[in-house]
Design a protein around this ligand. Structure first.
Ligand code: BGC
Length: 396
């Protein structure tokens, strides 16, 4: 583990992301458990060549245009973290470069138009977080035909050989952390054969499939041995919190309100599930999982409405994407020494991958994770409504 960490840290430093991984000087060092580790992948000769139409020894330029294409606005992270973190890093690398930014608001067709517009307007690299992982293959194909490299940001782009890099988290691990936390909490309550509801993410998001796969890898053996029942399971179109609320309402009706735990794939769907259970008068609420460490999610954890979330350090993810976009824009070859051979197959090719490590957060480790990492300050979390809960959790 130690040597792996060392290797990973070395990889990051070679990529020039030391600051991103360790946090800026002003940011408190994250606790060991919260430190995001990265795994860099070895691009094959073909992939490295495909990564850019420009010569590999080109020198860094002080001007150019790239595009950042994000998928939606209902989930807080994109506008409040991914976009500003990416833009800040890219502007630091290239103050006079232009960033074309578009958000597709969960519409895959809009995203296609936005990508086409970016290509028409001179984008030399696309950083694309797809609404629909499979449909976005067509965007990567178009970009490749024009010699424009593509970075699959956070969500993999499937079935295209035009994807040069994939930067994300270990998403199967995200699902495992969520499911294991829920099982541990149900065990601690000595509930035999708990009845749970699964509220998964969007069926068009490849990450949602990975979270689900990770969660099932924990739940399914327990289901087989009669120790847990998945009473209802839903895929949630567009990751919509409203839709999650409807799903939970249906589940409660079908189950006569007898639900012991809820696997919700992110904090938005968790908020919908919790709203449905509150409306149905459940008290106390059963444990609910989440993801993203959204401010509202952390606050719900403090008051006991939500059991856990998964913290994914967005800054290193966004900064790695910005650094790679800059390198690809300049045609700079990515040093092979930074990689450890990690790739992800997208149905067409093995895409060199940077995969960061997610961390489970419950009331007990808010301080040593999101607060220590500077993701949220105590003042942001502990507003007047949460003063007592913060005190009880040792936050303030
Ligand atoms: C991201 C999550 C996010 C979800 C909804 C996933 O692809 O990894 O962080 O909550 O999409 O936007």
């Amino acid at each position: 583990m130690k040597s792996k960490m060392l290797k990973l840290i070395t990889s990051v430093m070679i990529l020039g992301l030391a600051a991103a991984a360790c946090g800026p000087a002003a940011t408190p060092t994250p606790a060991a458990s919260a430190a995001p580790a990265t795994q860099m992948a070895q691009p094959t000769a073909t992939e490295a060549a495909a990564s850019t139409a420009a010569p590999t020894q080109a020198s860094s330029s002080s001007s150019g245009t790239i595009a950042l294409l994000l998928p939606e606005t209902k989930t807080a992270r994109y506008e409040s973290a991914d976009k500003p973190d990416f833009e800040a890093k890219f502007k630091e690398l290239c103050p006079d470069c232009k960033i074309i930014y578009s958000n597709a608001n969960q519409d895959a067709n809009s995203q296609l138009s936005q990508a086409e517009a970016a290509l028409t307007n001179g984008a030399q690299v696309l950083v694309l977080d797809p609404v629909d992982s499979a449909a976005a293959g067509a965007i990567a194909d178009k970009a490749k035909a024009q010699g424009v490299p593509v970075i699959a940001y956070d969500r993999l782009i499937l079935n295209s050989d035009g994807v040069n890099y994939y930067i994300s988290f270990n998403n199967v691990k995200v699902g495992q952390l969520q499911a294991q936390s829920l099982v541990d909490d149900l065990n601690s309550m000595n509930i035999t054969d708990p009845q749970i509801v699964m509220i998964n993410g969007s069926p068009t998001d490849n990450n949602a499939s990975l979270f689900k796969k990770g969660a099932h890898s924990v739940f399914d053996p327990l289901v087989s041995s009669g120790k847990l029942t998945i009473a209802k399971e839903y895929d949630t179109p567009d990751w919509s919190p409203d839709q999650a609320q409807n799903e939970m309402q249906q589940a409660l009706t079908a189950m006569n309100n007898k639900v012991d735990g809820v696997y919700a794939a992110n904090d938005g769907t968790a908020s919908g599930a919790i709203a449905a259970m509150k409306a149905a008068g459940l008290s106390p609420l059963p444990p609910v999982t989440g993801q993203d460490a959204e401010l509202a999610g952390i606050q719900r954890i403090l008051t006991g409405e939500q059991y856990m979330t998964v913290y994914k350090a967005i800054k290193p993810e966004a900064e790695a994407a910005a650094q790679l976009a800059y390198d690809l824009m300049n045609g700079t070859s990515v040093p092979s020494s930074m990689t450890n051979g990690d790739t992800t197959n997208n149905g067409s090719i093995d895409v060199p991958s940077v995969l960061l490590t997610p961390v489970a957060v419950t009331k007990d480790n808010i301080k040593s994770t999101v607060v220590a990492d500077g993701f949220w300050t105590v003042d942001q979390i502990c507003t007047a409504d949460y003063a007592d809960a913060c005190k009880a959790a040792g936050l303030k």
